[in-house]
Design a protein around this ligand. Sequence first.
Ligand SMILES: [Zn+2]
Length: 234
Amino acid sequence: MASLVLVGGAGAVEEQEQDPAPTGDVVVYLLDHQYLPTDELTTIQAEINRIFSDAGVQITWVSNASPRRRLAPNELRIVVLPSDGTRWFQGPSNIIGIAPHDDTGIGRNCFVFYRQAIWFRQQAVWRCRQAVEARIEASMRGIEVDPYIDSLAPEDCGDRLPSLTALIVARAAAHEMVHILLAKLDHSDEGLMRQAFDINELWAVGSEDGPFRLSNPEIMALRSFSTETAGGSH
Ligand SMILES: [Zn+2]
């Protein structure tokens, strides 16, 4: 499984070998095998930054490079792959991310499968379309919109669609990052570290990110990575 990480970017690995580790609370080597557009990458990084800022953790991003040395506890890789494939991973096909680790939870790689994010987005598109049509019809007939329709998609769902795939990737990656950084083997009852996300929750943006928040225990544990906390007197 580990050899997969080294696929592509051999030149980048050589270049990095002599470089010292970048400074930052947490260093993420982002290996993008999906060749994402720049704006999508920017959205992914901004969303992950935002999720971890709750714990005061600042992320230093290193794009498409990975040092050959063993990564430190505050370093990890996010590998965006087109799909999970089947040769190296046997599991249900709705898995969007995975963080391989040993029995004690130690691992350094977070894989995210882009095709699964697209699938989630397509479910959201379908819900949005249904909701928009139902609202137009209700307004033409002068009747109330069925609450079921509101549960499908918010009124501005069309505006949210362009960034949806990136947000799905970001939340899946952030989830796997917490597994790796905290050597966390289990899942939480709510928030980012739940076992699965609901399609309806994916609409949440910015301050509406309740479904993807870190829990207080997770925030406390992640604070050990923050140089601010580590260097301060407490
Ligand atoms: Zn998980």
